[in-house]
Design a protein around this ligand. Structure first.
Ligand code: FAD
Length: 317
């Protein structure tokens, strides 16, 4: 019996969430007196996982899995769990993993909890703390099924290095045509831009920026920081920015390490979608703007003066 994690990779390289998940699972395994196994798909240097506490890696290499395919990937994770006699499967909260997690849970007849934000409150009975009400509160959920599946929220557990090496084992799950009944034909990348879902830093602009012609400084700040750009709902409604950048309750959720809001008032519907970010910074000319109540750092000032100065300073580093 071991804990199984799905260690996500892109183009052969592990994403940071894979190491976060390994660190998390290691801590849980220690408290349960068990080990951590990772299943990987077409990843190259699987030894990296050992540095974060993974004891064994089931290495899947299959050209049919080059593009993410939820049904096939869910089958891979399920078969890995069955092979290892796993009672706890741990996934992350990326778009892909959130797609997989419920499918894996159904196929294993397992109870499932998403949005887990901390180490289990108790492992027997198995209880986890979860985000609720758009990160405004928490609840404790008990999973009583024999096999359990959880999805850990991004940024809820840091990287913890461990000593030890991961033993790699080739694993060839049996996949059939039904696994590929939905085919991903093409994946289009927005070149040169960081995707909001994967971004460590997000620079976001609101109606305070007055018009689309003023977004140059937002993009420049994002480029200096290696960040994704985002916006408030009215900004995308006004077609100042594409709808793909709209964040908040009705837009994309953001769980970045750093979220910088420029000229955004901090309406409840906006905050609901970005509240899971670790550090929130606001730049707003109105000291009474509600965003200051939730921000970790705030600059009261005119964005058109503050942002160019910030860019200038950052360029000095
Ligand atoms: P405003 O509220 O107009 O705020 C602009 C801010 O810019 C002000 O605080 C102002 O002081 C500041 N400012 C002005 N000039 C400057 C300057 N020169 N320098 C610095 N600061 C300046 N909104 C979202 O964002 N995401 C959502 O998902 C979302 N979902 C919604 C769902 C529903 C059902 C509803 C009813 C609303 C939703 N909204 C959402 C809209 C939300 O209520 C707010 O209207 C919106 O977030 C406000 O956007 P804003 O902060 O860009 O604009």
């Amino acid at each position: 019996m071991s804990i199984l994690i799905y260690a996500e990779s892109a183009e052969g390289k592990f994403k940071k969430v894979a190491f976060e998940l390994a660190s998390y699972a290691k801590k849980v395994a220690e408290s349960m007196g068990t080990t951590v196994t990772a299943v990987t798909v077409n990843a190259s240097d699987v030894s990296e996982l050992g540095k974060y506490g993974v004891d064994k890696v089931l290495k899947v290499s299959d050209d049919r899995l080059t593009k993410f395919n939820a049904k096939a990937y869910a089958d891979v994770v399920k078969q890995a769990a069955q092979k290892e006699g796993t009672t706890l499967v741990v996934l992350s909260s990326t778009t892909d993993s959130l797609y997989l997690a419920p499918m894996v849970a159904v196929s294993l007849e397992a109870g499932y909890a998403s949005n887990v934000v901390a180490l289990p409150v108790s492992t027997s009975p198995f209880q986890v703390k979860r985000n609720a009400f758009s990160s405004k509160g928490f609840n404790v959920t008990e999973i009583s099924s024999d096999v359990k599946v959880i999805a850990v929220a991004k940024n809820s557990f840091g990287l913890v290095e461990a000593s030890g090496a991961a033993a790699a084992e080739d694993f060839a799950p049996s996949l059939n045509d039904a696994d590929f009944s939905i085919k991903v034909e093409n994946v289009e990348k927005v070149s040169g831009k960081v995707a909001i879902a994967d971004a460590e830093i997000v620079v976001s602009g609101g109606r305070g920026l007055k018009g689309p012609e003023n977004w140059g400084m937002v993009e420049e700040l994002a480029s200096v920081l290696g960040a994704a750009t985002a916006c408030s709902k009215p900004v995308s409604d006004l077609d100042w920015r594409p709808h793909s950048e709209h964040v908040g309750q009705t837009g994309k959720p953001v769980a970045a390490n750093l979220y910088i809001a420029i000229g955004i008032s901090g309406a409840i519907q906006h905050i609901a979608g970005i509240n899971a970010s670790k550090v929130k910074v606001v730049i707003n000319s109105d000291p009474e703007a509600p965003f200051f109540k939730v921000a970790d750092y705030g600059i009261v000032g005119d964005a058109f003066e503050v942002v160019p100065k910030l860019i200038e300073k950052l360029k000095e580093f």
